[in-house]
Design a binder for this molecule. Structure first.
Ligand code: TYM
Length: 343
């Protein structure tokens, strides 16, 4: 029997930030380095997702290579035959399955997707594309084509995982055993050793998610930020006037966010960080520690990035894309047969 699959993708329309890294890249890299004997690990570039909102198309190719290099700098091992990197648009089955799934998806359920509602609010009516509306369907195709059981994503994508399960169950109940159903979101958290989905907050407005589409980059730590600005962003991050370090996402979202960041970057538990700083009345020394830890992390990351070999990436893409086309086409054929498109 083939191995269960762990899969994720990160869009390539902007530089990745620390939320993308901690929410999706770090968990899949960990899996690739520790679980590839038992699981097939897929990390892909959802390039078709890149222009659901307007982008500069002339820089897409550079953005794709840039992201692939970030994957490798983060530790994704290219020399392991059980791990794969690929570009979504090089596997036409993604688009074909999306169309079929579109016809089994309700307008109502897409309209309820929080990501769609949030993004369309910031765009204005006439700039909302149909692609933005139905991108969760493309995402479901990305997952179902490979029979993925586990999909490490940040909290903002959980609703899309639930939708993927719903549409897969809908097809299976009508046509029989076609798709592997991804595990429920709470089981996924357990699998990745978390009690909930990760949502790193903006450093200027810690009530909001850190997001590439924010108006200002002051609240975002990008993986390619210069070290000075990483420190500045942490030191000048918004906290509160309670003058007491404790961990409460409700009453002290800024401090809780910094504690989360420090724990994840240093590989320590929240409990350890809490007990080190709990009760301290000065935010300065704590912020300095977070700034130091974050800037050393970014510095090391960028040093690794300089050493990434583009030709090794191109070679791996060629091999993986051939293998993934075979897997994806065989799932697509099952679906085409089920819906009556093939004998
Ligand atoms: P994207 O490209 O917006 O984000 C990539 C990943 O980063 C996570 N993320 C965060 N995690 C924690 N805190 C944050 N502030 C934060 N911001 C972003 C996202 O949850 C995501 O995991 N539709 C997806 C890409 C995609 C995909 C897929 C993912 C397409 N097909 C199939 C998994 C499986 C997206 O737009 O993510």
């Amino acid at each position: 029997m083939s191995k269960p699959v762990i899969l994720t993708g990160l869009r390539a329309n902007n530089d990745l930030h620390i939320g993308n890294y901690l929410g999706a890249l770090l968990p899949i890299v960990d899996m690739a380095n520790t679980k590839s004997d038992e699981y097939q690990i897929n990390l892909f570039i959802p390039d078709l997702h890149s222009f659901t909102t307007p982008i500069d198309h002339g820089s897409l190719q550079d953005g794709i290579m840039n992201n692939l290099k970030l994957y490798v700098a983060a530790g994704f091992p290219l020399d392991n035959p059980n791990v794969h990197i690929y570009r979504q648009s090089y596997i036409p089955a993604h688009s074909e399955l999306t169309w079929i799934l579109d016809c089994f998806t309700g307008m109502g359920e897409m309209s309820r997707m929080t990501q769609f509602k949030d993004k369309s609010l910031s765009l204005g009516e006439d700039r909302i594309s149909v692609g933005l509306f139905n991108y969760p369907v493309l995402m479901a195709a990305d997952i179902l084509l490979y029979g993925a059981s586990y999909v490490p994503v940040g909290e903002d994508q959980s609703q899309h995982i639930e939708f993927t399960r719903d549409v897969a169950e809908r097809i299976n109940s009508q046509f029989g055993d076609i798709f592997v159903i991804p595990k429920p979101v709470n089981e996924q958290h357990e699998f990745f050793g978390k009690d909930q989905g990760l949502r790193i907050k903006d450093l200027v407005d810690p009530t909001k998610k850190m997001s590439k589409s924010s108006d200002s980059s002051k609240g975002i730590i990008f993986l390619n930020d210069d070290i000075g600005s990483v420190k500045d962003k942490i030191i000048s991050s918004t906290t509160d006037s309670m003058n007491l370090i404790s961990y409460s996402k409700e009453t002290q979202p800024g401090i809780a966010n910094l504690i989360d960041l420090l724990a994840l970057i240093s590989g320590k538990s929240i409990e350890e960080i809490k007990s080190k700083y709990n009760g301290q009345t000065q935010y300065g020394p704590f912020k300095n520690d977070v700034a130091e830890a974050m800037s050393s992390f970014i510095e090391e990351f960028q040093a690794k990035l300089l050493g990434v070999d583009e030709s090794a990436i191109m070679e791996k893409l060629t091999t993986s894309e051939k293998q993934m086309n075979e897997i994806a086409n065989s799932t697509l054929l099952k679906v085409q047969k089920a819906v009556g498109l093939r004998k």
